[in-house]
Design a protein around this ligand. Structure first.
Ligand code: ADP
Ligand code: ZN
Ligand code: ZN
Length: 658
């Protein structure tokens, strides 16, 4: 009798697969039920083992799938992910398995053979592409095989229109299209435009959908019924049948990087998928990442440009407003308030950007300077007016509000600084009767609330929109004529090596929401550093010029994207455990001359949820060398006594140095 052997990926934090045996042959990519540490768990057949192992193997308990849930391309990608990010293989498989199939259930493979006809609906066809768009579309339509291409288009230049036409091209060839967006808040707008063009047989896939909804889209994509899927990070491996092209909207956006658990970049994973599937990938943005710009410069990626707004209006320039001697009201300068008044008078909308939610980020005693801090994190508590609580934005703990200072018993406690909530309340009071709309994490938590807020923006005539970066990204708000940026100074002065890239993208993105319909938009930047060199350069609004200069400096300094970086992070209740572990790591490895390891350093957020945080920064000229070095550390760490005392992980291509 034949016995077959398989390596099974099991969702536990271990980097290996486990070998099992079975009397039947199973296809790689299928789910099985196996006994593991005396429990039955769902695992994935990752590989067939052709030679009988020289150790005892257990029988697979049950085969769950008649047909594999991952095909051979998927398997190749999943192994690449586990290797590149050095993440446990079982958890990698599990991440891209729809939640419902993580349970030991059999799949119901219905024979959905409906091949829907996607027609282009006429109501949208009025738009005639302009010259730039026509040329871009011509280039994109010609992409063939694995062929990454940057679609650089200034805000409002009609990139979405290009996505729609490109989708049309692929649908007419019987192929399917995957569109990635960085954030859930951008799905409704894209969804509406795709539905009005192609009808409502479109899959929307993101983490706020229920497990059942996501599973439904996953099955309908796999069966070939759905040909268009729009989604966030978690959609990147959506099993679309006959995938023709991947479109990554706002490719520069940092939200593509998962910042907890399995820290992969969905943009980079999308590129990997396109490579494995041998298909084109279009990276659309008004503010390309330095990484993408480098690859365009080196002719590894193609490029096409839309330099004009589709309706002929110009993106507004910036006005810097020196607030060093200004009296601010809830963070807003008098000049800004006057500009708001004028814009409202013209029946237009104002957008106020502030990178902070809640009412006030600081609750302080004016006698002894005590400040309210979280007892388990190195974080100040943020006062939330609506909740009447002090909240820790790291761990979500809520605290009551002391009316006496816990340190000196004084009752002169004050709220300092503003967040979106305070500004909203202030504006409601200052501009009585005006519609004030707040868009941030707190106002969009409830199901359906985001859609409602966006509808309200589109329905209102004059209004003030207040929000965090959620408001700055990608939206098409035709009535906004004035933008005000309240706190970009921390971005300008931050030592973080990514900060210039981040702040320049943010400023351009905010200006991209302004003056889209008509030509008299303006953006005010309130700043204490009006003479800052970078700010002066950015004021022109020429992102590309700024970014290319920035890129030149990165090359001179050998910073990413001209080198590869990983953070080795540790957490533990005792700081010295972290330091010992990181020192052990530094001392155990041999570095080539083009590598460095800096640390241990306390992380900017030095304590979180009761644990101290430290990290070391490892840098190498090549990603391959860095990967080897990391593997070596992981191997060696297995035998260090310091390893047992800390939690540790690698963050590859980090964007967050906090
Ligand atoms: P982007 O995605 O680049 O920010 P959009 O695709 O949202 O830009 O386009 C901005 C606005 O211009 C939209 O309202 C869109 O309908 C309109 N638009 C796009 N292309 C054209 C065109 N060729 N002629 C007229 N209007 C256009
Ligand atoms: Zn005090
Ligand atoms: Zn906390």
């Amino acid at each position: 009798m034949n016995i077959f052997y398989y390596d099974v990926a099991i969702p536990i934090p271990v980097r290996e697969t486990f070998t099992y045996e079975c009397k039947e042959s199973i296809q790689v990519g299928s789910r099985v039920l196996v006994e593991f540490r005396k429990k039955k768990v769902v695992g994935h057949i990752a590989k067939e083992v052709l030679k009988k192992p020289n150790f005892r193997t257990i029988q697979i308990s049950e085969i769950l799938d008649e047909e594999p849930i991952f095909n051979s391309n998927d398997i190749e990608i999943l192994f690449w992910l586990a290797d590149y990010y050095q993440h446990p293989i079982g958890e990698v498989f599990d991440t891209f398995c729809p939640p419902i199939l993580r349970k030991p259930v059999k799949r119901n493979i219905h024979s959905r053979n409906i091949q829907p006809e996607y027609k282009t609906f006429s109501n949208d066809k009025k738009i005639t592409l302009n010259k730039e768009q026509t040329e871009s579309l011509r280039i994109l339509n010609k992409l063939d095989g694995f062929d990454p291409c940057l679609l650089y288009g200034v805000t409002g230049s009609g990139k979405t229109e290009i996505y729609l036409r490109l989708t049309d091209t692929y649908l007419s060839q019987g192929k399917s299209v995957l569109i990635l967006v960085p954030e859930i808040s951008l799905t409704p707008q894209l969804e509406d435009r795709f539905i009005s063009r192609f009808g409502d047989n479109i899959g929307i896939y993101h983490s706020r959908k229920t497990a059942k909804q996501r599973y439904d889209i996953w099955e309908r994509s796999k069966s070939g019924e759905l040909k268009i899927v729009i989604g966030t990070r978690s959609a990147v491996l959506c099993p679309l049948n006959k995938l023709g092209v991947i479109i990554v909207d706002e490719e520069h956006d940092q939200s593509y990087k998962q910042h907890e658990g399995f820290r992969f970049s969905a943009r980079d994973l999308g590129i990997k998928r396109a490579q494995v599937e041998g298909i084109p990938i279009v990276l659309g943005t008004a503010t390309p990442s330095l990484q993408t710009l480098r690859l365009v410069q080196e002719k590894k990626y193609k490029e096409t440009k839309l330099l004009k707004r589709a309706n002929g209006s110009k993106p507004p320039g910036f006005i810097t407003l020196d607030i060093n001697d200004s009296q601010l009201e809830s963070g807003i300068a008098k000049e800004s308030l006057d500009a708001i008044t004028n814009t409202l008078k013209e029946n237009k909308q104002v957008l106020i950007f502030i990178n902070r939610r809640g009412f006030s980020p600081l609750y302080e005693c004016s006698s002894c300077r005590w400040t309210a801090e979280c007892s388990s994190c190195d974080a100040r508590l943020v006062f939330h007016h609506g909740l009447n609580r002090l909240i820790c934005h790291r761990c979500d703990s809520a605290y009551g509000i002391p009316n006496k200072c816990p340190a000196c018993n004084s009752s002169s406690l004050n709220l300092q600084g503003s967040g979106t909530e305070r500004i909203e309340l202030f504006l409601e009071n200052y501009f009585k009767g005006t519609t004030i709309i707040r868009l941030d994490h707190d106002t969009t938590k409830k199901k359906g609330s985001l859609k409602q807020i966006l509808e309200m923006v589109h329905k209102s005539e004059s209004a003030i929109l207040v929000g965090t970066q959620m408001l700055a990204k990608g939206h098409d708000f035709p009535r906004v004529e004035l933008g005000i940026i309240l706190n970009c100074d921390s971005g300008i002065t931050s030592p973080d090596i990514n900060s210039l890239e981040k702040i320049s993208q943010l400023l351009i993105q905010v200006s991209g929401r302004v003056g889209r319909k008509e030509n008299n938009g303006k953006v005010i930047i309130q700043t204490r550093y009006p003479e800052d060199k970078n700010l002066l350069e950015l004021k022109s609004g020429d992102y590309l010029n700024f970014a290319l200069n920035n890129l030149k400096q990165k090359k001179e300094l050998c910073h990413p994207p001209y080198s590869a970086i990983a953070l080795l992070r540790t957490t533990s209740p005792l700081a010295k455990n972290n330091i010992n572990f990181l020192n052990q790591a530094s001392n155990s490895i041999k570095l080539k001359s083009d590598m460095s390891i800096i640390g241990p350093i306390p992380s900017i957020i030095a304590k979180s949820r009761g644990n101290f945080r430290h990290h070391s920064i490892i840098q190498a000229s090549s990603k391959i060398d860095l990967n080897k070095l990391i593997k070596n550390i992981i191997f060696l760490a297995g035998s260090w006594k310091e390893t047992k005392k800390v939690k540790w992980y690698f963050d590859i291509d980090p964007i967050d140095f906090n």
